[in-house]
Design a protein. Sequence first.
Length: 111
Amino acid sequence: MIDLDHLEKYVAGDIGLRDEILVIFSEQAEMLSEKFTVEATDECWRNVAHGLKGASRGVGSWALGDLCEEAEAMIGDLAGKAELRAAIIVSIRQNIAAALDEVRRLRDLAA
């Protein structure tokens, strides 16, 4: 779920820095996950998806980033928009949960 080789490019072996970045990612992911609602305005929806996409790709959580990129397009007069949003919210939250589990595992290993 998290590409450690990608993350290593930023932390150069500094486990403390890696953990700090992963904590920031975890906090952002949890906060943004709560803002994903089917009823969100298009602007809010796009901003949340874009923010989570950036945070995800920053730590190498590629699948989550890709889902967020897909979600960014779910605006405007889209047929079945509510249903599409509901489905992608489930997928995004599942990916967030998996990424956060991996963050906890990595931090536990370092402790």
